[in-house]
Design a protein around this ligand. Structure first.
Ligand code: XMP
Length: 507
């Protein structure tokens, strides 16, 4: 295994992710981990992450110098590089200006760390302090405009440091540099797979949860599904999944979820059909934020009632993934929409602990685990679906009639996108029932019916998005099908706004 020694850098998990992508197992631990413990664990290599601005600042995270004396190869990144220099007697200086962004770096290509790298290629820099003089017995192996020591090495002791961030995509040869460190310097073979993650996680849950009882709120989304199935594989019927069907799921979705988890995986699944209850709470409500609040609170009430029926449970299983952890840590980002996540549970529901098997993974890694443990493709590749569901895709008050119209229109849209083979390239696509009615003509008669808006976006992180260029012919086919097959719809529009300024959802 590789140890990623975390000094509080924002890219620590990204480093871990790159290491996993190179099929090497890794663990992230605090910089406070004692050298003895590191030695005992038998790591093949250590990566120091980035961290705060200056090694000289008070309270800066510093590990013991002994970590560099264990005979284990070390790669220091950014702050980690400066720390290595500082601990071994080099000089770290403060510059007036921050070096930030894509920066050309000159490499000494004779070094093993840079095998396959091109000299003068672009690297991602983000630092104020820099190494002004390397410690004794270190060689400077790369330089940049602002860094006399963009990288340094003591090859005999297998100590390496880079000021730039090889883990960030913008560093063109970052992956080669990490690969060289892992394979050539640490001697890793790269035989670790996502299936090993699944097996190790199941084993770990078995050991920590034992014969205790766990509940999980299953939404049918990929994260909660993968988390629940991992726990199920570890403890079987001691896991109870509660699936709250609030009635705002897409066409057939409730039944699909039930089929997969109860029939295919024989999970202990409670489906709560709470459609009536949610609808009556939402009667007369058209303000988007109120809809979200009501649904969020009602969801928790239902979940609470059901968990009380089960009696004592010890653990709550949640499908938290790494980006959720980061997002909730940021804190003061403006609230554009209050996101109702299945995780937002009340404080008065007492659990001994929380099981979050996916906490360290990125979305695409969760999908890989899902496929490994046998979750059907359509569920693994399911596009994101908001907690409040179709309720925020119906403008104005929600009624059963409107829900039925939207479900049908949305199902046609999705079916056509799948048959055109575009379901993986368009990251999210759905229909919206706009509150607008307009005049049309059908057959010989005048109609006065609803307008459906179609929304399709391409995005990698859902923070920004572009509207998808769906071919006109396909839009034409979808439009014809919807007006012909769905009653009370006589007009279809396609949403051509990106995010920002619009959001992906309409409410
Ligand atoms: P917006 O509309 O803010 O959406 O551009 C960004 C992404 O988040 C999803 N979304 C939600 N997901 N609970 C969720 O779990 C919510 O309340 C919620 N609201 C929006 C949205 O579908 C898109 O993928």
């Amino acid at each position: 295994a590789i140890l990623i020694l975390d000094f509080g850098g924002q890219y620590s998990q990204l480093i871990a992710r790159r290491v996993r992508d190179l099929n090497v197992y890794c663990e992230i631990k605090s910089y406070k981990t004692p050298a003895e413990q590191i030695r005992a664990a038998g790591y093949k290599g250590i990566i120091f992450t980035g961290g705060p601005n200056s090694v000289y600042a008070e309270n800066s995270p510093v590990c013991s110098k002994e970590v560099l004396e264990l005979g284990i190869p070390v790669l220091g990144i950014c702050y980690g590089a400066q720390l290595m220099s500082y601990l071994l007697g080099g000089t770290v200086s403060s510059s007036e200006v921050r070096e930030y962004g894509k920066t050309p770096v000159d490499f000494d290509l004779s070094k093993a760390l840079f095998h396959g790298v091109e000299s003068n290629s672009v690297c991602w820099m983000s630092h104020t302090d820099y190494i002004s003089a390397a410690p004794e017995n270190f060689q400077v192996i790369a330089t940049s405009g602002a860094c006399p020591v963009a990288a340094m090495a003591n090859e005999e002791k297998q100590l390496y440091a880079v000021q730039f961030h090889p883990e960030v995509e913008h560093t063109i040869h970052g992956n080669e540099i990490l690969r060289n460190f892992l394979y050539k310097i640490c001697g890793c073979v790269g035989d670790w797979k996502m299936s090993s993650f699944a097996a190790a996680t199941i084993q770990h849950i078995k050991e920590t949860v034992g014969d205790k009882k766990v509940i999980c709120a299953l939404s049918g989304g990929v994260d909660s599904s993968v988390a629940a199935l991992l726990v199920h594989k570890a403890i079987g019927k001691n896991l109870t999944c509660i699936f709250v069907d609030h009635g705002f799921l897409r066409k057939n979705e409730g039944d699909d979820v039930e089929n997969v988890f109860r029939k295919q995986f024989d999970m202990n699944l409670i489906r709560v059909n709470a459609q009536e209850r949610f609808l009556s709470k939402l009667e007369g409500v058209s303000e988007p934020e109120r809809k979200r609040k009501i649904i969020g609170e009602e969801f928790i009430r239902v979940f609470e009632e059901e968990s009380q029926k089960i009696g004592h449970v010890d653990y709550l299983c949640q499908g938290t993934i790494y980006p959720d952890v980061v997002e909730s840590g940021i804190g003061d980002a403006a609230v554009i929409k209050s996101h109702h996540n299945v995780g937002g549970l009340p404080e008065d529901v007492a659990f001994t602990g929380i099981v979050e098997p996916l906490r360290d993974l990125f979305k695409d890694e969760v999908r890989r685990v899902g496929l490994e443990i046998g979750i059907p493709g359509p569920l693994v590749w399911r596009q994101p679906f908001p907690g409040p569901g179709l309720a925020i895709r119906i403008m104005g008050e929600i009624t059963t009639e409107k829900l039925d119209i939207l479900k049908e229109a949305d199902a046609i849209f999705r079916e056509e996108i799948v048959s055109a083979g575009l379901d993986r390239s368009i990251n999210q696509y759905f229909a919206v029932l706009t509150g607008i009615k307009s005049v049309g003509v059908m057959g010989d008669g005048r109609t006065y019916d609803y307008t459906i808006a179609l929304r399709g976006v391409t995005t990698s992180d859902f923070m920004t998005a572009d509207w998808a260029r769906i071919p006109y012919d396909l839009l034409d086919k979808i439009s014809n099908r919807i007006v012909n097959e769905v009653k009370h719809v006589n007009r279809i529009v396609y949403d051509i706004t990106s995010k920002p300024p619009a959001t992906i959802e309409w409410e």
